[in-house]
Design a protein around this ligand. Structure first.
Ligand code: SAM
Ligand code: ASE
Length: 345
């Protein structure tokens, strides 16, 4: 054990170098390291990886060795030569053919989120997102900035569905939703969570409500679910009539918006909702004192640099729901990265 000073300096270095760790991960994904190793019949040396990826021998060796120290790769030495293979972590999450692949989220974090975070100090100073500074686009209309090109819209949609491949089923099973035959996923994007809903409750009818360009992209670029169709409805949830449903899902929607905009949206949901119907809020929840968990605090800063919102505590969501007229507010209490809150009209 080092002295307290050594430990403090070690911790400081770890934080200071954190962005380098992120970039090692982003670069290895971008270059296709994990897909290449997944397809290779045996572990590959750095020269073989470099030859197949068309990258420099020197750079590739440094990147692979850094990945090995991060346990993103396993390395074995045969006759003095290092050979690299995927670990269980990279095989599950960093290979495009894996059903739990997170590659699209990592691509989005590396290409978009990272650039906004380069302006974190400015975001804190101004109290608003950094699309102007990072991409030179106006951010008066939040989702016009998020979806500033068709490529960007697809990257965002693909990225957001990744986490539901891992947590979607558990999350939708938090509450028994079988008493809600007609479900509407407001801001449901590509339909990833709707798909989980349908597979868990095969009898239910699920509609995704989202912006017209998102609905078009969902229909064009995302595969329809197994086990029944998902309906898509195009509109603006702040302005257009909401479809009738027994349950409205708001997953990672409220965290994009100010308290005022959330209240406006929840009031509209309450108005559209049948008596006895419900609303399911899916978000990453802060501890009641707001002092943790760190991943959610970082997401909250991410909402600062990328949206108009913030992450909230359960009590803050309860207050928003109650003000809109919802009652019987229940916490999922799963304490995962994402959690669900169910409320009724
Ligand atoms: N619910 C999805 C999930 O958890 O993966 C997507 C969450 S994403 C952060 C927010 C969604 O709200 C996007 O799909 C976006 O297109 C949609 N959205 C934003 N403003 C909207 C509006 N005014 N009307 C309808 N949908 C909107
Ligand atoms: C949003 C969610 C995300 C808006 C922008 C976003 C995510 C990344 N960028 O509603 C997913 C959650 N991940 C993080 C780091 O916040």
């Amino acid at each position: 054990m080092g002295s307290p000073e050594d430990q403090a300096f070690g911790l400081l270095s770890e934080y200071a170098n954190g962005f380098m760790v992120s970039q090692v991960l982003f670069a290895a994904c971008d270059l296709g390291v994990f897909d290449l190793l997944a397809q290779a019949p045996e572990p590959l040396g750095a020269a073989a990886v470099a030859a197949r990826l068309g990258t420099s021998g020197h750079g590739t060796e440094l990147l692979l060795d850094a990945c090995a120290s991060l346990r993103l790769l396993a390395v074995e030495t045969q006759a003095g030569q290092a050979a690299y293979a995927n670990t269980a972590l990279s095989a599950a999450y960093l290979v495009s053919a894996s059903p739990t692949s997170q590659l699209d989220m990592l691509r989005y974090l590396g290409r978009t989120t990272y650039l906004c975070w380069a302006h974190l100090a400015e975001a804190v100073r101004q109290g608003r997102n950094q699309y102007g500074q990072a991409f030179g686009v106006p951010s008066g209309d939040l989702f016009a900035a998020v979806y500033r090109s068709e490529g960007e819209r697809l990257r965002f949609m693909r990225a957001l569905q990744d986490v539901w491949r891992v947590h979607g089923r558990r999350l939708m099973a938090t509450f028994d939703l079988s008493t809600f035959p007609v479900i509407c996923d407001l801001g449901g994007c590509s339909g990833a969570l709707a798909r989980e809903c349908l597979s868990l409750y095969p009898g239910c009818q699920v509609t995704v409500f989202d912006l017209p360009e998102v609905v078009l992209a969902a229909k064009t670029h995302f595969s329809p679910p197994e086990g029944g169709p998902i309906g898509f409805l195009a509109g603006d949830f702040f302005k257009d009539p909401l479809p009738e449903a027994d349950l409205y899902i708001l997953a990672r929607v409220l965290h994009d918006w100010t308290d005022q905009a959330c209240s406006q949206l929840l009031a509209r949901v309450h108005q559209a909702c049948r008596a006895g119907g419900g609303v399911l809020v899916v978000e990453s929840l802060l501890d009641s004192d707001g002092r943790g968990p760190l991943p959610t605090q970082l997401y909250s800063l991410n909402m600062l640099v990328q949206t108009e919102g913030r992450e909230r505590t359960p009590a803050q969501y309860h207050a928003l729901l109650a003000a809109a007229g919802f009652r019987d507010i229940q916490d999922g209490g799963t304490r995962g990265l994402y959690d669900a809150i169910l409320a009724r009209k």
